[in-house]
Design a protein around this ligand. Structure first.
Ligand SMILES: Cc1ncc(COP(=O)(O)O)c(C=O)c1O
Length: 378
Protein backbone atom coordinates (compact mmCIF):
# COMPACT_ATOMS: atom_id res chain seq x y z
CA UNK A 1 0.00 0.00 0.00
CA UNK A 2 1.38 3.37 -0.99
CA UNK A 3 0.49 6.44 1.00
CA UNK A 4 -0.99 9.33 -0.99
CA UNK A 5 -2.73 12.60 -0.36
CA UNK A 6 -6.38 11.53 0.13
CA UNK A 7 -6.21 7.98 1.46
CA UNK A 8 -4.15 4.83 1.22
CA UNK A 9 -5.83 3.22 -1.81
CA UNK A 10 -3.53 2.29 -4.67
CA UNK A 11 -5.28 0.93 -7.76
CA UNK A 12 -3.27 1.29 -10.97
CA UNK A 13 -5.13 1.52 -14.27
CA UNK A 14 -3.08 -1.43 -15.51
CA UNK A 15 -1.18 -3.87 -13.32
CA UNK A 16 0.62 -6.44 -15.45
CA UNK A 17 2.51 -7.84 -12.47
CA UNK A 18 -0.69 -8.84 -10.72
CA UNK A 19 -1.40 -11.85 -12.92
CA UNK A 20 2.19 -12.94 -13.41
CA UNK A 21 2.21 -15.62 -10.71
CA UNK A 22 -0.33 -17.67 -12.66
CA UNK A 23 2.02 -18.32 -15.59
CA UNK A 24 5.49 -17.21 -14.48
CA UNK A 25 7.02 -20.67 -14.12
CA UNK A 26 5.54 -21.99 -17.37
CA UNK A 27 6.69 -18.94 -19.30
CA UNK A 28 10.22 -19.15 -17.89
CA UNK A 29 10.34 -22.83 -18.90
CA UNK A 30 9.17 -21.92 -22.42
CA UNK A 31 11.77 -19.15 -22.69
CA UNK A 32 14.48 -21.53 -21.49
CA UNK A 33 13.42 -23.99 -24.20
CA UNK A 34 13.88 -21.32 -26.87
CA UNK A 35 17.21 -20.20 -25.43
CA UNK A 36 18.47 -23.78 -25.41
CA UNK A 37 17.30 -24.34 -29.00
CA UNK A 38 18.78 -21.04 -30.25
CA UNK A 39 15.98 -20.97 -32.85
CA UNK A 40 14.79 -17.40 -32.57
CA UNK A 41 13.30 -16.72 -35.99
CA UNK A 42 10.04 -18.48 -36.98
CA UNK A 43 10.49 -22.25 -36.49
CA UNK A 44 8.55 -24.66 -34.25
CA UNK A 45 7.59 -22.19 -31.49
CA UNK A 46 5.91 -19.86 -33.98
CA UNK A 47 4.30 -22.80 -35.84
CA UNK A 48 2.91 -24.17 -32.59
CA UNK A 49 1.47 -20.88 -31.43
CA UNK A 50 -0.04 -20.16 -34.85
CA UNK A 51 -1.74 -23.57 -34.89
CA UNK A 52 -3.19 -23.03 -31.40
CA UNK A 53 -4.36 -19.51 -32.20
CA UNK A 54 -6.06 -20.64 -35.43
CA UNK A 55 -7.78 -23.43 -33.52
CA UNK A 56 -8.87 -21.10 -30.72
CA UNK A 57 -10.40 -18.69 -33.20
CA UNK A 58 -11.96 -21.42 -35.31
CA UNK A 59 -10.25 -20.09 -38.42
CA UNK A 60 -7.89 -22.05 -40.62
CA UNK A 61 -4.86 -19.78 -40.70
CA UNK A 62 -3.01 -17.64 -38.17
CA UNK A 63 0.16 -15.85 -39.20
CA UNK A 64 2.26 -14.37 -36.40
CA UNK A 65 3.65 -10.93 -37.21
CA UNK A 66 5.77 -8.28 -35.54
CA UNK A 67 2.97 -6.09 -34.11
CA UNK A 68 -0.70 -5.21 -34.41
CA UNK A 69 0.32 -2.29 -36.59
CA UNK A 70 2.16 -4.64 -38.94
CA UNK A 71 -0.82 -7.03 -38.95
CA UNK A 72 -2.97 -4.20 -40.36
CA UNK A 73 -0.22 -3.03 -42.71
CA UNK A 74 0.52 -6.44 -44.17
CA UNK A 75 -3.20 -7.17 -44.61
CA UNK A 76 -3.58 -3.98 -46.66
CA UNK A 77 -0.39 -4.81 -48.59
CA UNK A 78 -1.84 -8.24 -49.39
CA UNK A 79 -4.81 -6.45 -50.95
CA UNK A 80 -2.48 -4.21 -52.98
CA UNK A 81 -3.83 -1.08 -51.34
CA UNK A 82 -1.97 1.91 -52.75
CA UNK A 83 -2.23 5.40 -54.24
CA UNK A 84 -5.77 6.29 -55.35
CA UNK A 85 -7.37 3.75 -53.03
CA UNK A 86 -9.59 4.64 -50.11
CA UNK A 87 -9.95 2.74 -46.85
CA UNK A 88 -13.01 3.45 -44.71
CA UNK A 89 -12.42 3.40 -40.96
CA UNK A 90 -13.08 5.00 -37.59
CA UNK A 91 -11.67 8.34 -36.48
CA UNK A 92 -11.82 7.10 -32.89
CA UNK A 93 -9.04 4.55 -32.63
CA UNK A 94 -5.36 4.13 -31.93
CA UNK A 95 -3.30 5.91 -34.58
CA UNK A 96 -2.09 2.72 -36.29
CA UNK A 97 -5.54 2.04 -37.77
CA UNK A 98 -5.27 5.01 -40.11
CA UNK A 99 -1.49 5.34 -40.08
CA UNK A 100 -1.07 2.10 -42.05
CA UNK A 101 -3.41 3.41 -44.76
CA UNK A 102 -1.41 6.61 -45.15
CA UNK A 103 1.89 4.71 -45.18
CA UNK A 104 0.68 2.91 -48.33
CA UNK A 105 -0.21 6.30 -49.87
CA UNK A 106 -3.90 5.46 -49.78
CA UNK A 107 -6.55 7.71 -48.24
CA UNK A 108 -8.22 7.05 -44.89
CA UNK A 109 -11.93 7.90 -45.15
CA UNK A 110 -13.43 8.36 -41.72
CA UNK A 111 -16.99 7.74 -40.59
CA UNK A 112 -18.40 8.79 -37.25
CA UNK A 113 -18.95 6.39 -34.36
CA UNK A 114 -22.00 5.30 -32.45
CA UNK A 115 -21.88 7.26 -29.18
CA UNK A 116 -22.88 4.21 -27.12
CA UNK A 117 -20.48 1.53 -28.39
CA UNK A 118 -17.74 3.86 -29.75
CA UNK A 119 -17.70 1.75 -32.93
CA UNK A 120 -18.67 2.75 -36.48
CA UNK A 121 -22.17 1.96 -37.76
CA UNK A 122 -23.37 0.09 -40.87
CA UNK A 123 -25.16 3.21 -42.14
CA UNK A 124 -22.04 5.33 -41.74
CA UNK A 125 -19.84 2.83 -43.52
CA UNK A 126 -22.37 2.29 -46.31
CA UNK A 127 -22.51 6.03 -46.97
CA UNK A 128 -18.71 6.31 -47.12
CA UNK A 129 -18.02 3.39 -49.44
CA UNK A 130 -17.43 4.55 -53.01
CA UNK A 131 -15.86 3.45 -56.26
CA UNK A 132 -12.32 3.84 -54.87
CA UNK A 133 -12.91 1.99 -51.60
CA UNK A 134 -10.49 -0.92 -51.46
CA UNK A 135 -11.07 -1.94 -47.87
CA UNK A 136 -13.01 -1.21 -44.69
CA UNK A 137 -11.33 -1.43 -41.27
CA UNK A 138 -13.93 -1.69 -38.52
CA UNK A 139 -12.19 -1.24 -35.17
CA UNK A 140 -13.54 -3.50 -32.43
CA UNK A 141 -12.77 -0.87 -29.83
CA UNK A 142 -12.13 -1.59 -26.14
CA UNK A 143 -13.05 -5.28 -26.62
CA UNK A 144 -16.45 -5.02 -28.29
CA UNK A 145 -16.95 -6.08 -31.91
CA UNK A 146 -18.35 -3.68 -34.48
CA UNK A 147 -21.69 -4.86 -35.84
CA UNK A 148 -21.73 -3.98 -39.51
CA UNK A 149 -24.86 -6.10 -40.05
CA UNK A 150 -25.33 -7.32 -43.60
CA UNK A 151 -22.34 -5.31 -44.81
CA UNK A 152 -20.15 -8.18 -43.69
CA UNK A 153 -21.93 -10.45 -46.16
CA UNK A 154 -22.38 -8.21 -49.14
CA UNK A 155 -19.22 -8.88 -51.12
CA UNK A 156 -18.16 -5.22 -51.28
CA UNK A 157 -14.67 -4.02 -50.35
CA UNK A 158 -12.53 -6.34 -48.24
CA UNK A 159 -13.15 -6.03 -44.51
CA UNK A 160 -10.05 -6.11 -42.29
CA UNK A 161 -11.20 -6.34 -38.68
CA UNK A 162 -8.98 -4.33 -36.35
CA UNK A 163 -9.22 -6.80 -33.51
CA UNK A 164 -6.16 -5.48 -31.65
CA UNK A 165 -8.27 -4.98 -28.51
CA UNK A 166 -10.80 -7.75 -28.96
CA UNK A 167 -9.27 -11.21 -29.16
CA UNK A 168 -11.85 -13.57 -27.68
CA UNK A 169 -14.80 -11.21 -28.21
CA UNK A 170 -17.85 -12.49 -30.06
CA UNK A 171 -20.69 -11.03 -32.06
CA UNK A 172 -23.81 -13.15 -32.47
CA UNK A 173 -21.69 -16.10 -31.29
CA UNK A 174 -18.86 -15.65 -33.78
CA UNK A 175 -15.36 -14.47 -32.93
CA UNK A 176 -13.34 -11.72 -34.57
CA UNK A 177 -12.17 -12.68 -38.04
CA UNK A 178 -15.32 -14.64 -38.88
CA UNK A 179 -17.13 -11.69 -40.42
CA UNK A 180 -14.37 -10.02 -42.41
CA UNK A 181 -11.55 -11.27 -44.59
CA UNK A 182 -9.27 -11.41 -41.55
CA UNK A 183 -8.71 -10.22 -38.01
CA UNK A 184 -5.60 -8.17 -37.22
CA UNK A 185 -4.48 -8.86 -33.65
CA UNK A 186 -2.04 -7.11 -31.33
CA UNK A 187 -0.14 -8.78 -28.51
CA UNK A 188 1.13 -5.50 -27.06
CA UNK A 189 1.57 -6.11 -23.30
CA UNK A 190 -1.60 -4.21 -22.31
CA UNK A 191 -3.84 -6.30 -24.58
CA UNK A 192 -5.91 -9.15 -23.14
CA UNK A 193 -3.33 -11.55 -24.59
CA UNK A 194 -0.06 -9.68 -24.24
CA UNK A 195 3.46 -10.85 -25.02
CA UNK A 196 6.75 -9.63 -23.54
CA UNK A 197 7.32 -6.96 -26.16
CA UNK A 198 5.68 -6.35 -29.52
CA UNK A 199 3.75 -8.94 -31.48
CA UNK A 200 0.66 -9.44 -33.58
CA UNK A 201 -1.12 -11.83 -35.92
CA UNK A 202 -3.33 -11.97 -38.97
CA UNK A 203 -6.00 -14.65 -38.71
CA UNK A 204 -8.15 -15.67 -41.67
CA UNK A 205 -10.13 -18.51 -43.16
CA UNK A 206 -8.90 -17.67 -46.68
CA UNK A 207 -5.95 -19.91 -47.63
CA UNK A 208 -4.78 -17.77 -50.56
CA UNK A 209 -4.83 -14.60 -48.45
CA UNK A 210 -2.94 -16.43 -45.67
CA UNK A 211 -0.31 -17.56 -48.15
CA UNK A 212 0.16 -14.00 -49.36
CA UNK A 213 0.58 -12.73 -45.78
CA UNK A 214 3.15 -15.45 -45.08
CA UNK A 215 5.12 -14.37 -48.12
CA UNK A 216 4.90 -10.63 -47.35
CA UNK A 217 6.08 -11.33 -43.79
CA UNK A 218 9.47 -12.46 -45.17
CA UNK A 219 10.11 -9.74 -47.77
CA UNK A 220 7.74 -11.31 -50.28
CA UNK A 221 9.96 -14.32 -50.76
CA UNK A 222 9.12 -17.96 -51.47
CA UNK A 223 11.43 -19.80 -51.28
CA UNK A 224 14.01 -17.73 -49.42
CA UNK A 225 15.86 -15.23 -51.66
CA UNK A 226 13.27 -15.45 -54.47
CA UNK A 227 11.06 -12.37 -54.16
CA UNK A 228 7.66 -12.23 -55.86
CA UNK A 229 6.46 -9.00 -54.26
CA UNK A 230 8.03 -6.37 -52.05
CA UNK A 231 7.19 -7.23 -48.46
CA UNK A 232 9.01 -6.56 -45.23
CA UNK A 233 10.38 -8.14 -42.09
CA UNK A 234 7.07 -8.67 -40.32
CA UNK A 235 7.98 -11.81 -38.35
CA UNK A 236 6.83 -12.72 -34.85
CA UNK A 237 9.81 -13.70 -32.65
CA UNK A 238 10.02 -17.30 -31.45
CA UNK A 239 10.45 -16.03 -27.86
CA UNK A 240 7.20 -14.07 -28.08
CA UNK A 241 5.40 -17.04 -29.65
CA UNK A 242 6.57 -19.27 -26.80
CA UNK A 243 5.24 -16.78 -24.23
CA UNK A 244 1.93 -16.43 -26.07
CA UNK A 245 1.42 -20.19 -26.32
CA UNK A 246 1.62 -20.39 -22.51
CA UNK A 247 -0.82 -17.51 -21.99
CA UNK A 248 -3.42 -18.35 -24.66
CA UNK A 249 -5.21 -21.08 -22.62
CA UNK A 250 -5.69 -18.52 -19.80
CA UNK A 251 -7.28 -15.88 -22.02
CA UNK A 252 -10.94 -16.88 -21.68
CA UNK A 253 -10.67 -17.03 -17.88
CA UNK A 254 -9.25 -13.52 -17.83
CA UNK A 255 -12.00 -12.28 -20.15
CA UNK A 256 -14.65 -13.79 -17.86
CA UNK A 257 -13.08 -11.97 -14.89
CA UNK A 258 -13.03 -8.71 -16.85
CA UNK A 259 -16.73 -9.19 -17.72
CA UNK A 260 -17.55 -9.90 -14.08
CA UNK A 261 -15.75 -6.73 -13.03
CA UNK A 262 -17.48 -4.71 -15.75
CA UNK A 263 -20.85 -6.03 -14.56
CA UNK A 264 -20.00 -4.91 -11.02
CA UNK A 265 -18.99 -1.45 -12.22
CA UNK A 266 -22.28 -1.21 -14.15
CA UNK A 267 -24.25 -2.03 -11.01
CA UNK A 268 -22.20 0.18 -8.71
CA UNK A 269 -22.48 3.11 -11.09
CA UNK A 270 -26.23 2.65 -11.51
CA UNK A 271 -26.62 2.63 -7.71
CA UNK A 272 -24.23 5.55 -7.19
CA UNK A 273 -26.47 8.37 -8.34
CA UNK A 274 -23.78 9.43 -10.83
CA UNK A 275 -25.54 7.99 -13.86
CA UNK A 276 -28.95 9.55 -13.22
CA UNK A 277 -27.30 12.93 -12.72
CA UNK A 278 -25.52 12.59 -16.07
CA UNK A 279 -22.10 12.81 -14.41
CA UNK A 280 -20.84 9.39 -15.46
CA UNK A 281 -22.17 7.10 -18.21
CA UNK A 282 -21.21 3.42 -18.31
CA UNK A 283 -20.34 1.86 -21.69
CA UNK A 284 -23.12 0.35 -23.83
CA UNK A 285 -23.01 -3.24 -25.01
CA UNK A 286 -24.74 -3.82 -28.35
CA UNK A 287 -27.25 -6.67 -28.72
CA UNK A 288 -25.45 -9.91 -29.56
CA UNK A 289 -22.03 -8.61 -28.50
CA UNK A 290 -19.87 -10.47 -25.99
CA UNK A 291 -17.49 -7.80 -24.73
CA UNK A 292 -14.01 -8.76 -23.47
CA UNK A 293 -13.34 -5.36 -21.84
CA UNK A 294 -9.76 -4.73 -22.81
CA UNK A 295 -10.84 -1.40 -21.38
CA UNK A 296 -13.87 -0.36 -19.32
CA UNK A 297 -14.50 3.14 -20.62
CA UNK A 298 -17.04 5.52 -19.11
CA UNK A 299 -18.02 8.99 -20.23
CA UNK A 300 -17.44 11.62 -17.59
CA UNK A 301 -18.82 15.13 -17.71
CA UNK A 302 -15.79 16.71 -16.00
CA UNK A 303 -13.33 14.12 -17.24
CA UNK A 304 -9.97 15.82 -16.72
CA UNK A 305 -10.76 17.14 -13.24
CA UNK A 306 -12.16 13.75 -12.27
CA UNK A 307 -9.06 11.95 -13.56
CA UNK A 308 -6.77 14.29 -11.61
CA UNK A 309 -8.81 13.82 -8.45
CA UNK A 310 -8.80 10.03 -8.81
CA UNK A 311 -5.02 10.12 -9.35
CA UNK A 312 -4.63 12.10 -6.12
CA UNK A 313 -6.61 9.33 -4.40
CA UNK A 314 -4.27 6.66 -5.79
CA UNK A 315 -6.58 5.48 -8.59
CA UNK A 316 -5.13 5.25 -12.07
CA UNK A 317 -7.18 6.01 -15.17
CA UNK A 318 -6.33 6.56 -18.83
CA UNK A 319 -7.73 8.49 -21.78
CA UNK A 320 -8.11 6.44 -24.95
CA UNK A 321 -8.02 8.67 -27.01
CA UNK A 322 -7.62 12.39 -26.41
CA UNK A 323 -7.67 13.48 -30.06
CA UNK A 324 -9.59 11.93 -32.97
CA UNK A 325 -7.63 10.78 -36.00
CA UNK A 326 -9.21 13.28 -38.41
CA UNK A 327 -7.82 16.14 -36.31
CA UNK A 328 -4.27 14.81 -36.04
CA UNK A 329 -1.78 17.28 -37.56
CA UNK A 330 -0.28 14.60 -39.81
CA UNK A 331 -3.67 14.19 -41.51
CA UNK A 332 -4.19 17.92 -42.10
CA UNK A 333 -4.06 17.32 -45.85
CA UNK A 334 -7.34 15.37 -45.60
CA UNK A 335 -8.93 18.76 -44.96
CA UNK A 336 -10.99 17.89 -41.90
CA UNK A 337 -11.90 20.33 -39.18
CA UNK A 338 -13.64 20.31 -35.80
CA UNK A 339 -17.28 19.26 -36.11
CA UNK A 340 -16.75 16.80 -38.97
CA UNK A 341 -17.24 13.74 -36.73
CA UNK A 342 -18.96 15.10 -33.63
CA UNK A 343 -19.49 11.79 -31.82
CA UNK A 344 -15.79 10.93 -32.09
CA UNK A 345 -14.80 14.42 -30.98
CA UNK A 346 -17.13 14.31 -28.01
CA UNK A 347 -15.85 10.88 -27.03
CA UNK A 348 -12.29 12.26 -27.00
CA UNK A 349 -13.40 14.94 -24.54
CA UNK A 350 -15.34 12.60 -22.25
CA UNK A 351 -13.89 9.09 -22.17
CA UNK A 352 -12.10 7.71 -19.15
CA UNK A 353 -10.80 4.16 -18.83
CA UNK A 354 -11.09 2.78 -15.29
CA UNK A 355 -8.99 -0.06 -13.84
CA UNK A 356 -10.56 -3.32 -15.15
CA UNK A 357 -7.86 -6.00 -14.82
CA UNK A 358 -9.02 -9.57 -14.07
CA UNK A 359 -7.12 -9.45 -10.76
CA UNK A 360 -9.28 -6.69 -9.28
CA UNK A 361 -11.59 -7.50 -6.38
CA UNK A 362 -15.05 -6.17 -5.64
CA UNK A 363 -13.78 -3.89 -2.85
CA UNK A 364 -11.34 -2.23 -5.26
CA UNK A 365 -14.10 -1.54 -7.79
CA UNK A 366 -16.18 -0.12 -4.95
CA UNK A 367 -13.27 2.10 -3.97
CA UNK A 368 -13.11 3.45 -7.54
CA UNK A 369 -16.82 4.26 -7.64
CA UNK A 370 -16.74 5.69 -4.10
CA UNK A 371 -13.91 7.98 -5.17
CA UNK A 372 -15.93 9.15 -8.16
CA UNK A 373 -18.86 9.88 -5.86
CA UNK A 374 -16.61 11.74 -3.45
CA UNK A 375 -15.32 13.94 -6.27
CA UNK A 376 -18.87 14.76 -7.37
CA UNK A 377 -20.16 14.98 -3.78
CA UNK A 378 -22.95 12.52 -4.60
C1 LIG B 1 -7.21 -0.46 -32.08
C2 LIG B 1 -5.76 -0.72 -32.27
N1 LIG B 1 -5.28 -0.91 -33.50
C3 LIG B 1 -3.98 -1.17 -33.72
C4 LIG B 1 -3.08 -1.26 -32.69
C5 LIG B 1 -1.63 -1.48 -33.00
O1 LIG B 1 -1.08 -2.57 -32.33
P1 LIG B 1 0.48 -2.56 -31.92
O2 LIG B 1 0.66 -1.62 -30.80
O3 LIG B 1 0.70 -4.00 -31.51
O4 LIG B 1 1.26 -2.21 -33.13
C6 LIG B 1 -3.54 -1.10 -31.38
C7 LIG B 1 -2.67 -1.24 -30.20
O5 LIG B 1 -1.87 -0.56 -29.76
C8 LIG B 1 -4.90 -0.80 -31.16
O6 LIG B 1 -5.37 -0.60 -29.93
Amino acid sequence: MTQNTKNSVKIPQLDLKAGLGEYREAVLAAITRVVDSQEFILGPEVDRFEARLAEYMGLGHAIGVSSGTDALLVALMALDVGPGDEVVTSPFSFFATAGVVARLHAKPVFVDIDPGTFNVTPAGVRAAVGANTKAVIPVHLFGQMTDLGSLYMEGGPAIIEDAAQSLGARLHGEMTGHYGLCAALSFFPSKNLGCFGDGGAVVTRDPAFAERIRMLRVHGSKPKYFHHVVGGNFRLDALQAAVLAVKLPLLDGWAAARRRNAGRYDELLQQSGLVERGLVTPPAVAPGAEHVYNQYVVRAARRDELAADLAARGIGTAVYYPRPLHLQPCFADLGHGPGDFPHAERACAEVLALPIGPELHAHQLEAVVDAMRAFHRV
